[in-house]
Design a protein around this ligand. Structure first.
Ligand SMILES: Cc1cc2nc3c(=O)[nH]c(=O)nc-3n(C[C@H](O)[C@H](O)[C@H](O)COP(=O)(O)OP(=O)(O)OC[C@H]3O[C@@H](n4cnc5c(N)ncnc54)[C@H](O)[C@@H]3O)c2cc1C
Length: 396
């Protein structure tokens, strides 16, 4: 028998997962269909709300009028981040921070990134440059060079521990093994390092990060913090794992590793989608649908030479001018025009220029979100995901 849901969410990224969490919290029967793992797995795990300026929530007022944050509103953005923090705390991976204060997080290149909410393991990353920082690195660990950090700070030093494995995931797994953790703590205790903080690449466990972090902090008697590393990023994977687990606990049905094969419509409504699979077709029926398939990087949008296509419902996509205007000459410059591409929505997060009545859109697939330019990735995904859920939740 086919399942019938109040809301079917297509796309299991930050926006889709937060929409699902908000709906499930209000007793809705929800399914999330996702072709693959989302972009947050590659991220630092930090929640950027709006990276420029000291007060990110206040800064939203200065964004262009068509930015999707304006459809949500400041109070609802703050509530959506509260909801996110509540979910992560319940899952034992608390996030700290304040929507009115950006904080700095040290990166593995020794520069600081501005962000809003951080996992508790990065709480002490915003340090005063007068304070001594001791970086602990791991022998032969890929893509982490403490010298990048110590060369930028005169008041810093480093030591290297040999964990017996070289990959980020391998070291993180080792930290969940008690004898390994105890051996590491006693090694740190034996180091002769000046007063100050201890920084480590983000490898302090995968699922049991809270226990590992608190035991090392207590054992060392210091403020310690994790430095996000290049992908695979443990904080990004923990974030994804934490949300996915929370959805399962809330009774959300997950169809993972499956794209959409076909869409059934009746009049102006979407009735069901059929999942792409090699075996028997699965039909998933819903009263409302939320499209959260992300931007180009996840395949929610696809560009050809001169068009941009939305890949599930073939919705009309906003295109920022002719192709020669899409990119800046300087690849690393913020604000490539193509970042404005996406689906335009009305104040209820329904796509404009279509007759479909029961479809809502959220996340980085939204037109004018310009996530890289404004560095508002996860913040925008969380805020619009919860807002789209609230918009359709009243109808089902
Ligand atoms: C490398 C990188 C690092 C980043 N780091 C940060 C950071 O540190 N902090 C921050 O705040 N932001 C960061 N961002 C931005 C942020 O990750 C994203 O803007 C945000 O997470 C997007 O969430 P989303 O839900 O819109 O989409 P996505 O995360 O792209 O998720 C979309 C999901 O939809 C699925 N999907 C796509 N098509 C289909 C289909 N046809 N059927 C079913 N499922 C489908 C995909 O498999 C994917 O799981 C980073 C982005 C990148 C690329």
């Amino acid at each position: 028998m086919n399942a019938i849901y109040d809301v079917v969410i297509i796309g299991g990224g930050m926006s889709g997962m937060m929409a699902a969490a908000a709906l499930a919290k209000n007793g809705r029967k929800v399914a999330v269909i996702s072709k693959g793992d989302p972009v947050c797995c590659f991220s630092t795990g930090c929640i950027d709300l709006l990276a420029d300026g000291d007060d990110p929530l206040k800064g939203i007022a200065s964004l262009p009028d068509n930015h999707p944050y304006h459809l949500v509103g400041e109070d609802a953005i703050a509530h959506s981040l509260d909801l996110f923090q509540g979910i992560m705390s319940e899952g034992g991976m608390p996030y700290v921070g304040d929507v009115h204060a950006n904080r700095r997080v040290l990166t593995s290149l020794g520069r600081c990134k501005s962000t809003c909410l951080v996992p508790e393991t990065m709480e002490f990353s915003d340090f005063d440059s007068d304070e001594y920082i001791h970086v602990i690195s791991f022998y032969k660990m890929k893509d982490f060079y403490p010298q990048y950090i110590t060369s930028r700070y005169t008041n810093a030093g480093y030591s290297v521990f040999d964990p017996g494995v070289i990959t980020t995931a391998g070291i993180a797994e080792k930290f969940e093994n008690r004898p390994f953790l105890e051996a590491f703590i006693s090694w740190v205790q034996g180091l002769d390092i000046p007063e100050g903080r201890i920084a480590m690449p983000a490898v302090l466990g995968r699922n049991l990060v809270g226990d590992v972090y608190h035991q090392i902090s207590a054992g060392c008697g210091r403020k310690i913090f994790e430095i996000p590393t290049l992908p695979p990023s443990m904080p990004g994977l923990r974030l994804f794992g934490g949300l996915k687990k929370a959805l399962l606990q809330k009774g959300v049905n997950l169809y993972w590793g499956k794209g959409i094969y076909s869409v059934e419509k009746l009049g102006n409504r979407i009735e069901a989608v059929t999942l792409a699979s090699s075996g028997r077709a699965t039909r998933v029926e819903g009263r409302a649908f939320i499209l959260a398939t992300g931007s180009f990087v996840s395949g929610g949008l696809q560009a050809s030479m001169d068009t941009v296509t939305e890949t599930v419902f073939d919705l009309p996509a906003y295109l920022p001018g002719a192709r020669e205007t899409w990119f800046n000459d300087d690849f690393f410059a913020a604000g490539h025009e193509i970042e404005k591409a996406g689906i335009r929505v009305d104040s209820s997060f329904r796509p404009v220029d279509t007759e479909i009545e029961n479809l809502y859109v959220c996340g980085s697939i939204l037109a004018f979100s310009e996530v890289m330019k404004y560095r508002c990735g996860h913040g925008m995904a969380i805020a619009t995901g919860v807002a789209a859920a609230n918009a359709c939740g009243g109808l089902v």
